[in-house]
Design a protein around this ligand. Structure first.
Ligand code: PBG
Length: 330
């Protein structure tokens, strides 16, 4: 007898009962997104009235300080409460000294945003790659990125961001010991209330390609394998996170997000710390490109992607889609 009616057992559980209407689905939804948890990255450049779209990242712009203030105010109106600033300096050198110039775009933008936009957290990316001629994240000695001299530079960058008024500094360089060094230097100067969000488990990823267009930070030679993590490793991510927490990180980050959902879950479950995940430029660009070709429904794919990052355990999602998602959630 193969007929279903003959073989049927009583169905105690009909899981479809809870999927019958929008209200029912909302009632039992396990994962929610809200604009509070979305952080918007901005690329700040010199000049005035500059709003230059990044070719590989439609909807993302290089913004002069005045435009960065306008963008932040608009994002705030959409419900976004935090921005992450990256800088495009006017000049680069071999030690990245423009990264700690108090008049550089990031420092100026921090001051302007804190002055003009109420109730928004300003987070700054701390790295040297946008500021060095060679495009590496630290100081080169004999062709190698020298860890401790690079940390000394990163400390200067973080202190200058704090002095400008940043609420959170976010070291993304992946040098060893930078979180502790930054914490010590901030405390010494009376910035003990400034938080550190460490890019703790940052992988050496092909998905940063479009960002490097946006920030002009492609290394002139070589790659970032000597400091960013091997994509094959998950347990090592736990050691990276443990070390950053020990050194004083207040929030920890996994990056990229979508290709590393398992790592987000492990980090959240192991440490229970506020955990951010960075939905990076390449992950954004792929959705944009497919949508532009009419191959996917962009809004649905965006929400599904951001929800998956949240479902994996992220408390904070850093995404170029922050404003679009916030508007959809309103
Ligand atoms: C380094 C930094 C990078 C990103 C954030 N901070 C690039 C890199 O490591 O090469 C990538 C972000 C993205 O791809 O959206 N300052």
């Amino acid at each position: 007898m193969t007929s279903r009616s003959q073989a049927r057992l009583p169905l105690t559980h009909r899981l479809r009962r809870l999927r019958r209407s929008a209200a029912m689905r909302a009632l039992v939804r396990e994962t929610r997104l809200s604009p509070d948890m979305l952080m918007l990255p901005l690329f700040v450049c010199a000049g005035e009235g500059v709003r230059r779209e990044v070719p590989s990242m439609p909807g993302v712009f290089n913004l002069s300080v005045d435009e960065a203030v306008r963008e932040t105010a608009a994002a705030r109106a959409d419900g976004i409460r935090s921005v992450l600033l990256f800088g495009l300096p006017e000049q680069k050198d071999d030690i990245g000294s423009a990264a700690y110039d108090p008049e550089a775009p990031v420092q100026a933008a921090v001051r302007a945003i804190k002055r003009d936009v109420a109730d928004v957290l300003v987070v700054t990316d701390v790295c040297l790659c946008e500021y060095t001629e060679h495009g590496h994240c630290g100081i080169l000695i004999d062709g190698d990125i020298a860890n401790d001299p690079s940390v000394d530079q990163l400390v200067k960058v973080a202190v200058s961001h704090a002095a400008a008024g940043a609420d959170i500094v976010a070291p993304s360089d992946m040098m060893d010991g930078r979180v502790g060094a930054i914490r010590g230097a901030l405390d010494e100067r009376g910035f003990e209330q400034i938080a550190i969000m460490s890019y703790a488990a940052k992988y050496c990823s092909a998905f940063y390609g479009p960002f490097r267009d946006a920030a002009g930070s492609t290394p002139k030679f070589g790659d970032r394998r000597s400091h960013q993590m091997d994509p094959a490793n998950a347990r090592e991510a736990l050691r990276e996170v443990a070390q950053d927490i020990e050194e004083g990180a207040d929030l920890v980050m996994v990056k990229p997000a979508v290709a590393y959902l398992d790592v987000i879950r492990e980090v959240k479950d192991t440490f229970g710390y506020p955990t951010a995940a960075y939905h990076v430029s390449g992950e954004y660009a792929m959705l944009k490109a497919a949508a532009r070709n009419g191959w996917i429904d962009e809004s649905r794919a965006m929400m599904e992607t951001l929800t998956s990052i949240r479902r994996a355990g992220a408390d904070i999602v850093i995404t170029y889609y922050a404003r679009d998602a916030a508007r959809l959630l309103a």
